[in-house]
Design a protein around this ligand. Structure first.
Ligand SMILES: C[S@@+](CC[C@H](N)C(=O)[O-])C[C@H]1O[C@@H](n2cnc3c(N)ncnc32)[C@H](O)[C@@H]1O
Length: 388
């Protein structure tokens, strides 16, 4: 292969496995998975959490500058520049989440948002809300919980409860799936409701299939997407680097009495996992990937979206089923246009036909009653490929 046809992953040692040597037989040993699926209990933390930090939770903080991923992860596989026609495209596509019984965006403005999560009204910083609030101060003042502190997306802060002190968790239900809302150290509440747009799309796809689809949920966090997919009839593989997040996902599974659902919970670095799946020749019908800008695997592997996303998508391409497959990528908190990931996905999927649709995930304000549509709050960029 000529050099121009093969870009190396940034910083990669030139020891990539040539394509012709892959994949290893599907029967290759699966020891690592077996170990990891025990929720990673035996895996030592790679660093001591800072005071008050929930280690590995949600959107991990940026690594110190100059941090490198262990060579073992990066050097195994070169990025392949694909040839063939790019898939058809549909842009922009704005996927909107409106309110449901258990979630709605009530109002936003002046750098904050007011949301309803189950029984609680919650105020959190929201850098995108440049406009003024719509609702009067006394409505905002009735919030049950307010996150204050660092206004960075991943900033540390603390929860303040103006009325009675609240417990750490509370039950919620979205798309017929039970899970816990929870007050976490980085302002997050255990679910990213803008993802509902992807999840209902995926649910419909799984339900329409005439066999159990195989769904891979990368960076799966508290597992709501995995539970939605499994309840709809899919066989799910859920991967997240945070032992704590996997624990929360299992608690969510237990809450909905879903212990028998076919879900493999795997505590592992997402890149390492898919590289192994590629070598084994594994295939998935739907891959969901919602990577943070920076993250760490359980053994300190560094994930940097701008460095690692092209290779991650390229490997995902290899482990997608040959027909009727779909890849859903979301990106947030990055300085990029949806066109950045749109064109990357189209390049990655060259020669596989189908359609790439990209745009933004937004949540529409619903007012106090949930029935008064207001402004659209942008939360993330996405790109979705579906085979022809
Ligand atoms: C924003 S959350 C994903 C949210 C999820 N899509 C949802 O809506 O429920 C990002 C997740 O990536 C995980 N993560 C960070 N770095 C990782 C890595 N290298 N490998 C696997 N997971 C990682 C974090 O633990 C966190 O749970």
């Amino acid at each position: 292969m000529k050099d121009k046809n093969r870009r190396q992953n940034k910083g990669t040692a030139a020891t990539g496995v040539a394509r012709a040597q892959r994949p290893r037989p599907a029967s290759a040993p699966r020891k690592a998975d077996k170990a990891a699926s025990k929720t990673g209990a035996q895996q030592a933390p790679s660093r001591r959490p800072a005071p008050g930090e929930v280690r590995g939770e949600a959107r991990n903080r940026a690594p110190a500058s100059g941090a490198r991923a262990p060579a073992a992860v990066e050097s195994q596989r070169r990025l392949i520049v694909r040839t063939g026609e790019v898939p058809a495209e549909r842009v922009p596509l704005i996927l909107e989440t409106a309110g449901t019984d258990d979630y709605r965006l009530i109002d936003s403005g002046a750098g904050e948002k007011l949301e309803q999560y189950g029984p609680y009204r919650i105020v959190r910083p929201e850098a995108q809300a440049l406009w003024p609030r719509s609702l009067p101060t006394h409505v905002w003042d009735k919030a049950d919980a307010i996150f204050t502190g660092d206004t960075d997306e991943d900033g540390m802060g603390r929860w303040r409860f103006p009325g009675a002190a609240l417990g750490e968790t509370w039950p919620m239900r979205l798309l017929d799936t039970d899970f816990y809302g929870r007050f976490t150290a980085f302002r997050h509440v255990g679910v990213f409701p803008e993802q509902l747009a992807h999840w209902s799309w995926m649910k419909a796809r799984v339900e329409a299939a005439d066999r159990p689809l195989k769904v891979l949920n990368l960076f799966g966090y508290t597992g709501v997407a995995s539970l939605v997919a499994a309840r709809a009839g899919a066989e799910v593989t859920h991967v997240d680097a945070s032992k704590k997040a996997i624990g929360w996902a299992r608690e969510n599974q237990a809450l909905g009495r879903g212990e028998k659902l076919p879900i493999r919970w795997i505590c592992e670095d997402a890149m390492k996992f898919i590289l192994r799946e590629e070598r084994r020749g594994s295939r998935y019908d739907i891959i969901l990937a919602d990577p943070p800008k920076f993250g760490r695997g359980p053994n300190g592997e560094v994930w940097q979206l701008f460095d690692n996303l092209p290779l991650m998508l390229d490997v995902c391409r290899e482990i997608l089923a040959p027909a009727e497959a779909a890849l859903v990528l979301t990106a947030y908190s990055i300085r990029a246009s949806f066109y950045s990931i749109h064109e990357l996905v189209r390049e990655t999927m060259r020669g596989r036909g189908g359609l790439v649709e990209s745009g933004e995930l937004v949540i529409r304000e619903g007012g106090i009653d949930g029935r008064t549509p207001g402004r659209a709050l942008s939360t993330s960029l996405f790109s979705r490929w579906t085979s022809a």
